[in-house]
Structures are given as C-alpha cells and as structure tokens.
Design a protein around this ligand. Structure first.
Ligand code: ATP
Length: 542
C-alpha cells in the first residue's frame, strides 16, 4: 500500500486542477496549482542538492503568511524532510533555543525578520563555537524573482531558479514518518515540540475539510498565522480541494474586508482576537460580504457576544477546540443544517449552546485524571478532556518525561477541564491552571470573562486568581475598554454580580492592555503574577 500523505493533495491539485489559481498575493501575484507544484519540487531539489538535506532532517522557517511560506508546507516534505515553523513574534533568544532544540539543518527567514534570524544564528554559534550544527540561512524576499542582494545569503527565489530540473519526490517510506515539528504556543510554559506524521496530517486534513465544510472550491483567506497548528492542516486542506489561498502578510480589519470582497473569499480562520477586530471595525473599513464566509475560530475561548456579532455580519462561525498535540482542531461546534427546520424556541436553545463541542475528529472523553474513569454525562461533574486516536501526537520531541506525563494511560491529558452533557456534548470550563478556587468553590474564568465581555464598553477581558487570606483566591479581572468608552471598577463588579452568583463576580478590576501570545492568546501567567503581587484583598487580623 502507499503511505497516506498530504503530498498526494498537491499532486492531485496540479494534475486535476492545474490551471486554477492556487496562491494569490497582493495586486499582481497569482500562481496556478501547476506552477506552485513545480516551484515546490524545485525547492525540494535545491534543499537536497545544495544543502544535502536528507530524509528526516529538520528545515526551520520564520516567516509571515507569504506565498513561499505556503509552498514550504509541501516543498520540505517533498525533500523527505520535516518542516518546523517558528512563531514570528519570538525573539532571538527563543528562536535560537528552538533552532538548537529542533536541530534544524536549514533555516529560511523572510526578509522582514532577518534581524531576528541573524541574531538567533549568532547566539547559537556563540553558544557552540565550532559546532557543525549551525543551520544554513536562506532568505525569503517578498518580491518574486529578486535576490536579497546579500552575497552571503542563499535566496529562496535564487534556489528555485538554479535548482536541478530533475528530482524524484521523496515519498514517505512509512506513513508514520514525521512531516512537521510544531512548537506549542507557550501560553503556560516554554513551547514544547510536537511531531506530526504523514498519516495523522492526512487524516486531520480530511477531518477538517469535512467538519469545516471546506467545499466545493474554497477561496481561503489566511488570517491565521501559517506557523501555528490552527493553520497547518489548512495548507493541505485547500490543496485537497484545489481551492485558492489568499495570502496576507499582515492583517487589519480593513484588509480582511477588502480581501473578502475582492477575491470572493469563502473561508477563513481567525483567533478570537481577529474576530474581535472584525466586529469592532469602524464603518469606513467594512465592505459587504459577497456571500456567506465560513470562519473557523478557536485556540482560546471566543466570547459569545463576538460570535453572535460575527453571525449578524453574515459570517458562519465554526468554533473549534484543539491543541497542538491533536494536530490542531479536535472538536468542532457547528450549526447543523437540519437545525434550521426546528421550531424557533429549539433553535434559540441550540444557538445559546455556542461553545458546546460535538463533532470530534478523534476519540474524545472527559475523565477523572487519576482513575481515567469517564465522568457522568450530567452536565455537572467536571473532568479532564482526553483524546486518543490517529491524530493525537505520539510524543514531545526529545522530551520523554513530558511525553509520559501527558500520555499516561494511553490518553492525551489536555489539562483542560470540562463537563459532559447527557447528549454527549462537551462544554469546556477552563484550563486546569486557570480555574479559580474561592472559598472552596471552583470558578471558571471563561464563564466570568464571557459576562464581562457582554458589557458594552469592554473590548477584552481576562480573569485570574488573586491570592486571598480568607477565601484562598478571589477572581481578579483585567479589562481593556473600547476606545472612547469609560467604565469604573464598581460598575464592572456590579454588572457581574447582576448576572453571576456573587462568589463568581470579580472582586478586583484592573484596566490595562492584556499581554498576548502571537496567536492572540492572553498570557494569563503574566496576569496571575500581577495579581499575586497585589497581595490579599482580605486582610485577616487587621
Ligand atoms: P503551551 O502548551 O505551550 O502552554 P498552549 O496550551 O496555548 O501553549 P496550544 O496547543 O496552542 O498551546 O493551545 C491549546 C490550548 O488552547 C488548549 O489546551 C486549550 O486550553 C486552549 N483552547 C483551544 N481552543 C479553545 C477553545 N475553543 N476554547 C477554550 N480554550 C481553547
């Protein structure tokens, strides 16, 4: 049998849909599937011939969503190598640490990030003088066909031009061969490396295409960074359908609306922060949508108010939940077409359950983390979400201890707490690390945040535990207000007390910008530190 691999998607796209636009970028750049495949093969040939890239070698990339970044999702595996994409907001010390950890042989850096890339390489060289393991630098310049002009660099376009014309694609010898090495977001700790294999990537792509209705011929707008696992299955998924990728180097609400109208976008992705940006766009930045645009969002809890406003604008929202460790999306909350025919009351009940997850791409359960017993399906008992199956990672790269911990009993322990409802739906409560325990009661920070979000002046909110001498912990909210609005601490607290049991309402509200990872996740550990530094609100014995 032939191993399952996403490489078959681009082969098919070039053979069957060869003349269709595969990648569109800016005003002038448009390449067909035949052209993109040809370029990918040449890059693979150059990696092998110029740099001796062999099966299993790691090729690292630091780049925004430019066409070359898209091509590398195919070109690197075509060379039999493992693609490793870095977060574009990492600084030089982090990039250097990840280059070292990944053991990358070649490092491709887009021109706007060259300073970080060079500084990271220098750091690596300084830390290991004389080491043979310093990767070769290749620059990706934004202008097609232009060399970077730096004599010492290899240039992506130059490599394509001078590549050997003959090259046999290195199909995986085994479908469990690695295809990508993906680092987690680093929301709770240092990023951990997760290895994906060809089979898992192939199956997750099919699952995503089905769950997310990526049909019939999608025009996909890249508003998720391609370096992030939310993005990974989509390069392959769009190829599978012979659709068009609209690449955006950076995005603003105006650019998003403009690209949707100009290219007839049918699908896009976006972290909750991107959705927030869209619903808060000033009228001058908005354009009418050419049709329904399906948006996949997740990675952090999207506020229900933002989801509802997106739907009012004409977007169909697919709320996903997943982890790097599950190849990205693992469960989806989507509106079922047959629900349209239900009575209004039932439709309203189902709408209110936005965020309940029901379409699972792998075996999912909510379990007691110690006994691994499933929690009762009563909507009350809290357990840990666990996965197993073809699209669950086999382990962390070079970290046996962390692998053993997270895969205990053969299930991936996600660290996320949830309840299971009678009909099987899973409702996420919180990350175990983010849950607040006040006076012995568990408080889901997500539930408190969604109430604060529904306040009209609030743009963003995050709730963390503040240590307390009497209660143990109390909820402390960090809030960013919309431009030109005013709200006081007492008002936000009062607003929550009207809508939540009193113990759940924040006792402290701080107005400031929220620290974020580049994928739009709030770094609660930073806020937790701030709340800890505030000390106890209740002073016992004073
Ligand atoms: P690190 O593991 O490095 O600390 P991270 O956990 O953010 O970072 P990712 O794999 O990018 O790494 O994110 C997975 C986590 O994101 C999940 O475990 C969950 O806590 C959160 N998450 C993802 N989707 C959702 C969602 N729809 N609602 C709530 N939380 C979500």
């Amino acid at each position: 049998y032939a191993p399952l691999t996403p490489l078959s998607f681009i082969e098919r796209a070039a053979a069957v849909y060869g003349d269709r636009a595969a990648v569109v970028y800016g005003e002038a750049r448009r390449r067909t599937w035949r052209e993109v495949r040809e370029r990918c093969v040449r890059v693979a040939a150059a990696l092998a011939a110029r740099f001796g890239v062999a099966r299993g070698d790691v090729v690292a990339v630091l780049s925004p969503n430019v066409p070359a970044m898209y091509e590398l999702h195919f070109a690197v595996p075509m060379a039999g190598a493992v693609l490793c994409t870095f977060n574009t907001r990492h600084d030089a010390p982090m990039v250097s640490a990840l280059l070292k950890h990944s053991g990358a042989k070649v490092f491709l850096v887009e021109s706007s990030l060259l300073d970080v890339g060079r500084a990271a390489l220098k750091r690596l060289a300084d830390s290991e003088p004389g080491a043979a393991s310093i990767p070769v630098l290749v620059t990706i310049s934004d202008d097609a066909g232009q060399d970077s002009g730096r004599a010492a660099d290899y240039d992506y376009e130059g490599l394509i031009k001078s590549a050997p014309s003959e090259f046999d694609i290195r199909w995986p010898a085994d479908e469990l061969d690695p295809i990508t090495l993906n680092y987690t977001s680093g929301t709770t700790s240092r990023p951990k490396g997760v290895v994906y294999n060809h089979r898992g990537a192939y199956l997750n792509t099919i699952g995503t295409v089905l769950a997310y209705d990526i049909t019939p011929i999608p025009t996909y707008l890249w508003t998720v960074p391609m370096f992030h696992c939310n993005g990974w299955h989509l390069p392959w998924g769009v190829a599978m359908q012979g659709g068009t990728n609209v690449c955006l180097r950076h995005f603003t609400a105006a650019l998003i609306f403009d690209s949707i109208a100009r290219h007839g976008v049918t699908h896009m992705g976006g972290a909750p922060t991107v959705l927030n940006m869209i619903v808060n766009a000033p009228a001058a930045d908005r354009r009418p949508l050419p049709g329904t645009v399906r948006v996949m969002t997740g990675g952090a809890p999207p506020p229900p108010r933002v989801l509802a406003e997106m739907e009012e604008l004409g977007f169909a929202v697919y709320h996903i939940y997943g982890l790097t460790e599950t190849y990205g999306p693992a469960t989806v909350c989507a509106w079922m077409p047959e629900w349209d025919a239900l009575p209004a009351e039932e439709r309203a009940r189902l709408k209110a359950r936005q965020g309940f997850q029901h379409v699972a791409m792998e075996e999912v359960d909510v379990k007691d983390p110690t006994t691994l017993e499933s929690v009762p399906r009563d909507g009350e008992a809290v357990g840990e979400v666990m996965f197993r199956g073809n699209t669950v990672m086999s382990g962390y790269y070079k970290d046996i201890t962390a692998t053993k911990e997270s895969m205990a009993g053969g299930w991936l322990h996600t660290g996320d707490l949830a309840v299971r409802h009678r009909d099987g739906y899973i409702q996420l409560k919180d990350r175990a690390k983010d849950i607040i325990i006040s006076g012995g009661e568990n408080i889901s920070s997500i539930e408190v945040e969604s109430v604060i979000f529904s306040h009209p002046a609030v743009l963003e909110a995050a709730v963390v535990a503040r240590p307390d001498d009497h209660w143990g912990e109390t909820p402390c909210a960090f809030v960013k207000l919309k431009d030109g609005t005013i709200a006081t601490e007492a008002e936000i607290i009062g607003f929550c007390r009207e809508r939540l049991p009193h113990f759940m309402a924040p006792k402290t509200v701080v107005f400031e910008d929220l620290p974020k990872t580049s994928t739009g996740k709030t770094q609660k550990f930073v806020l937790r530190e701030k709340a800890r530094a505030m000390g106890s609100l209740t002073k016992i014995g004073n």
